[in-house]
Design a protein around this ligand. Structure first.
Ligand SMILES: CC(C)(COP(=O)(O)OP(=O)(O)OC[C@H]1O[C@@H](n2cnc3c(N)ncnc32)[C@H](O)[C@@H]1OP(=O)(O)O)[C@@H](O)C(=O)NCCC(=O)NCCS
Length: 163
């Protein structure tokens, strides 16, 4: 059983380390570097198991309404063990405490290719309560259609007791 903590220092290096271990998803070094620099200025939470940060999530507030998951990634050897779900829970608590009503994420939309890794990512968001809201075919690039997903926040947040 691990724990979720806010990461306050070394965010860029952590991002490089975890994204760099996921070449099936993040194959371009420029994308990893841009993400590493971007997360330095964002709230970041990590999931820790036996002193290893096994997963991270970076959040981009669009207040007052929404908080976006800018990045979520779990080290490959820890996939499927619950770290991602714990971090989505942390994002929900952060969003709720910020007064937001929605958690959002943008991911690659299906594009008629055999890409099981990206389908797995979409399934992860399905399983953690996101709704496939809209596809934006050219928001990023015509070869990279964007799927916008949203999760309405519950009145009572995970791990919280209603008053
Ligand atoms: C997406 C990712 C962060 C999920 O992290 P994870 O720690 O493996 O996820 P969890 O173990 O917490 O799984 C949470 C739920 O998603 C489901 N899920 C996870 N991986 C899945 C897969 N490959 N296929 C189908 N469902 C999956 C789990 O079954 C679980 O649902 P359940 O609790 O109802 O059984 C991880 O696969 C990853 O790092 N992917 C590469 C990076 C990436 O795609 N980031 C997002 C970019 S937009």
């Amino acid at each position: 059983m691990g724990r979720t903590v806010e990461i306050l220092t070394g965010k860029a290096e952590l991002c490089r380390s975890i994204m760099g271990a996921l070449p099936d998803w993040f194959s371009e070094p420029e994308v990893i570097e841009a993400s590493a620099l971007a997360v330095e200025d964002l709230p970041v939470f990590g999931y820790i198991e036996a002193d290893v940060v096994t997963a991270l999530i970076a959040l981009k507030p669009h207040l007052p309404g929404a908080v976006e998951i800018a990045l979520i990634a779990t080290r490959p050897e820890y996939h499927g063990r619950g770290a991602g779900r714990h971090l989505v829970d942390a994002a929900e608590r952060f969003a709720h405490d910020s007064g937001a009503r929605l958690l959002t994420v943008k991911t690659l939309a299906p594009r008629g290719r055999d890409e099981p890794q990206f389908e797995a990512t979409r399934r992860f968001y399905d399983r953690t309560g996101f709704v496939r809201a809209e596809v934006f075919p050219k928001l990023w690039h015509e070869d990279h259609p964007c799927l916008f997903m949203v999760k309405p926040l519950a009145e009572t947040q995970p791990g919280r007791t209603a008053l």
